[in-house]
Design a protein around this ligand. Structure first.
Ligand SMILES: Nc1nc2c(ncn2[C@@H]2O[C@H](COP(=O)(O)OP(=O)(O)O)[C@@H](O)[C@H]2O)c(=O)[nH]1
Ligand SMILES: [Mg+2]
Length: 361
């Protein structure tokens, strides 16, 4: 899973990237107009606990890839320029985090002259909608020409979906917030539409702005949250400083500022929900591991995530939910006695937090 961090210049993207990835970008690295990429591990208390119980040789966390996407320029006219380089970099991301600035900082003035989160969100929305419209319009034109010449089953099926989406875009509706069917999404997939990408709006605050947070965050939520859009707030500078501390120190620090969890925890949790992702665990003395799957995946599909051979030779899955395992004192035998150990077939829908043992031939 790849998450792209986008936003206007000086919106706090690189600060957030550093906080999330615990890396330090020096000013030379910051000045380069290249994407910064890092793999971060998905924090997982359930895996921590299992690992403490089994003391395995290795503990493997799920990971996601984060990209600090550069490429927005200030045009001579004073408006922000969305270069083709930027738009094509974003195309391959599974979801986007848009850093939106709430912090005031006179040393680095906002490129549009004032702090206005709804305006900044709209700037991106408009640009993505225009880019998608161009893609759909040219595809629709091509299809119309083609099917006038000869019947094409696939294209005839595609056309109404593309037209429906074009109409939504013309009404200024980003596609991510529309309830599209599986079939429709399958058709749209090849076009890598930008306004269809799940979006996490991350409001970047200064620690001195607790009161602003209480007013602004609900305002942005009310205006923008939707099926494929979520809103979170983070304290860029503090989160960055905290990422350099040990876990215990960071907790003390957070308690002092009244911040409940780290930016990484919040963002990953929200991104998972936005993308319809969840995790299951495999445990043992060799390895304890968290695996990422889409909500609704079956035991056989989950087996395939571990190893493609496991899906083909799948027999049964032994299942104990993490909560039942812990309630049974971290013992499979006790969980079994309590009736929480089950054998499930290939069609079983895996639940978030299931501990699986795949039996395969
Ligand atoms: N006062 C204040 N300044 C911040 C905060 N977050 C980021 N900045 C500063 O704003 C500037 C732009 O941040 P940066 O992360 O580089 O933004 P980018 O251009 O979107 O990557 C930098 O000088 C940061 O130090 C914050 O929470 N408070
Ligand atoms: Mg930057």
């Amino acid at each position: 899973m790849q998450l792209g961090i986008v936003g206007l210049p000086f919106s706090g993207k690189s600060t957030l990237f550093q906080a999330l990835t615990r890396t330090h970008l020096d000013s030379a690295a910051m000045a380069k107009r290249e994407a910064h990429v890092a793999i971060v591990r998905v924090p997982d208390e359930r895996l921590d606990r299992c690992s403490a119980i089994f003391s395995p040789k290795s503990t493997v966390y799920a990971t996601i890839e984060l990209v600090d996407v550069p490429g927005l320029k200030k045009a001579e006219s004073g408006t922000t320029q969305f270069t083709t380089g930027f738009l094509s970099a974003v195309k391959t991301n599974d979801a986007l985090i848009q850093a939106v600035r709430l912090f005031a900082n006179d040393a680095v003035p906002h490129p549009d002259g004032s702090i206005d989160p709804l305006r900044d969100v709209a700037t991106f929305e408009t640009e993505f909608i225009l880019a998608d419209m161009a893609v759909l319009e040219s595809r629709i034109e091509k299809i119309n020409k083609q099917i006038a010449r000869a019947h094409d089953e696939q294209m005839t099926r595609e056309l109404p979906v593309l037209e429906k989406c074009l109409a939504l875009l013309q009404a200024e509706k980003p596609l991510r917030n529309e309830d599209l069917s599986r079939e429709e999404l399958k058709i749209l997939k090849t076009y890598q539409l930008l306004s269809l990408k799940p979006m996490l709006i991350a409001l970047s605050l200064d620690e001195s702005q607790q009161s602003i947070m209480e007013e602004e965050v609900p305002r942005v939520v009310a205006a923008k949250a939707g099926l494929g859009t979520r809103v979170v707030a983070f304290f860029g500078k503090i989160d960055m400083e905290m990422s350099e501390l040990s876990a215990e120190e960071a907790k003390m620090f957070r308690d002092e500022y009244g911040i409940r969890e780290s930016a990484l925890d919040t963002l990953i949790r929200e991104a998972y929900a936005l993308l319809g992702l969840q995790s299951f665990l495999t445990v043992g003395e060799d390895e304890c591991r968290a695996w990422t799957i889409r909500t609704g995946m079956t035991a056989q599909e989950a087996a395939g995530v571990i190893h493609s051979d496991f899906a083909a030779s799948f027999i049964r899955a032994e299942v104990v939910h993490y909560d039942d395992f812990i309630n049974a004192g971290g013992s499979f035998a006790k969980a079994k006695e309590a009736g929480h150990w089950r054998l499930e077939g290939k069609g079983y829908e895996v639940k978030d937090g299931d501990i699986l043992n795949i039996r395969h031939g």
